[in-house]
Design a protein around this ligand. Structure first.
Ligand code: IPM
Ligand code: MG
Length: 356
């Protein structure tokens, strides 16, 4: 396999280094071969090249680099976000650009509470929190459609269009239903939306969900409004098996999901193009205040590496990585928070390798 590596900003390169250590060990153990290639794409590079910190003035990642990334088997990404660059510039210019240009139309975010990991939900145990969120990843409120008129005047008008296509909804729903069929759970697929207010956008989603659902008679089809879903994540997360959701609501509920599974230190995600090149990343950000201190938790990045191996067909290696993480969480690690693990970033990576 050929793997493109983008360490990115802040703690991104530190956690990616631990994920790569685990990859090397897994490859030796299971017996597959791979090469990696680093892509220096980051806020630092943007600023060093003379990029304007307040407006996107030069590309964060060039079209040539995107075209090159498309030739790899997978992309491993650390983090995006720089304290000296205004919000939106790096996110749009790197993360969203890669998702859109490489048509990574699924954002796959498992919410699993591993045994021994503390959850803020009182009385909930590992067996209660184990579901997966399939977030649509290329449409909705993320397309950048819309605009501003009369900016800076009392008459200013800003619109941000929520773009929903039948094709986009359909391929996310099908992916989620196929995944739900493969999961060892209660075969329940929940569409999360807001049909009571988004009477055009989520009516399209709801009809698509019901129509496609007929092709999956074994699945229980279920619908939740997004506000109720937030309530249930906290009150009875054991209710969920597989969720399919639009881009913006998926962004929000998966941060809540990350918290109930033990925090950003453990939450991983995959930006998946089932027909193309996918990109794997920890859900957490670049954590500037922890950068360079060797205290950030690399487990989310290591779990993202596990997802990458699974997607590339190395299921045995993926399972071994996950098991090593579970064992570590359930034995030595005190806490999953940065600086509170009882070990440094590099030591946690070494412990996972030792576990493998
Ligand atoms: C995520 C992040 C991104 C998103 C940001 C950084 C643009 O929050 O991956 O969930 O909103 O998708
Ligand atoms: Mg998010």
């Amino acid at each position: 396999m050929r793997i493109a590596v983008i360490g990115g900003d802040g703690t991104g390169p530190e956690v990616v280094a631990e994920g790569l250590k685990v990859l090397q060990s897994a490859a030796e153990k299971v017996g597959f071969e791979y090469t990696t290639q680093d892509f220096d794409v980051s806020g630092d590079r943007y600023l060093a090249a003379g990029g304007d910190p307040n407006a996107a003035s030069i590309p964060i990642i060039s079209d040539e680099e995107i075209a090159e990334l498309a030739t790899f088997d997978a992309i491993y990404l650390g983090a995006v976000g720089h304290p000296d660059v205004a919000p939106g510039i790096l996110e749009k210019g790197l993360l969203l650009k890669a998702r859109f240009e490489l048509d990574q139309y699924i954002n796959l975010r498992p919410v699993t509470l591993y045994p021994g990991v503390e959850t803020p939900l009182a009385g909930k145990r590992s067996e209660d929190i184990d579901f997966v969120v399939v977030r649509e990843n290329t449409e909705g409120l993320y397309t950048g459609m819309g605009g501003v008129q009369y900016k800076g005047t009392p008459n200013e008008v800003a619109t941000q269009i929520m773009c929903n296509t039948r094709m986009g909804a359909e391929r996310a729903i099908r992916y989620a239903m196929d995944l739900c069929m493969r999961r060892d759970d209660k075969k329940q697929i929940t569409l999360v939306g807001k049909t009571n207010v988004l009477t055009y956008a989520h009516d399209l989603w709801f009809r698509a969900f019901m129509e496609i659902g007929e092709e999956y008679p074994e699945l229980t089809k279920d619908y939740n409004h997004v506000d109720a879903c937030c309530m249930w994540f906290v009150k009875n997360p054991e209710y969920y098996d597989t969720i399919v959701v639009c881009n913006m609501f998926g962004d929000i509920i998966t941060d809540l999901g990350a918290m109930i599974q033990g925090g950003m230190g453990i939450a991983a995600g995959g930006n998946i193009n089932p027909q193309g090149v996918s990109m794997f990343e920890p859900i957490g950000g670049s954590a500037p205040k922890y950068t360079g201190k060797n205290v950030i938790n690399p487990l989310a990045a290591i779990c993202a590496m596990g997802m990458m191996l699974d997607t590339l067909g190395e299921e045995q290696a993926a399972k071994a990585v996950e098991q090593a993480v579970i064992t570590l969480c359930n034995s030595k690690l005190k806490n999953l928070g940065a600086g509170r693990m009882g070990y440094s970033t590099t030591e946690v990576g070494d412990l996972v390798v030792a576990g493998l």
